[in-house]
Design a binder for this molecule. Sequence first.
Ligand code: TYD
Length: 136
Amino acid sequence: MNPLGTIIPLPKHDDPRGNLTVAEGGTHIPFEIARAYWLTDVPGGECRGGHAHRKCRSFIVAANGSFDVTLDNGERRETYHLNHPWEGLLVETGLWRTLDDFSSGAVCMVLASEPYEEEDYIREYEDFLNYVKKEG
Ligand code: TYD
C-alpha cells in the first residue's frame, strides 16, 4: 500500500554559525514554488487545515518545533509527525489534510505549487468524499 505522503530530506549545511537548509523548486521538491506561507503562534490544542486541493501540491516543513499532519484519501488516514527543519512532507492533490498537536513556538512553513485560489479548495469533508469518488 502506497504511503499517502512522502517525507523528503533536504540538503542541510551544518555550520557553527547556525545551520542552513535549502529547498529549491524543481530540484529538491518536485514542483516549482509559486507561493510560501507559514503558520505561527498556534495555541495548544488548536487544529489547522481541514481541506483538500484540486490542483495545488504542497510541501510542509516544521521550520521550528513540531506538529502532526494527518492525510486522508477518503479510504484511509496516515499521520506524520514533523519535527525537523531539514525535511518536509510532500502532499499531493486530492488529499484531506489536518494539522494539530502543535508544540509551543512551532512554525509550519508551506511551499505551494499554485498561487492562492479559493476555488481550488474543498472545505467540506462530504464534498471531499464525493470528489474522490468521482475522480477515482
Ligand atoms: P485557511 O486556508 O483557512 O488556513 P488553514 O487551512 O491553513 O488552517 O486560511 C486562513 C485565511 O488565510 C483564509 O482567510 C484565507 C487566507 N489565505 C490567503 O489569503 N492566502 C493563502 O495563501 C492562504 C494559505 C490563506
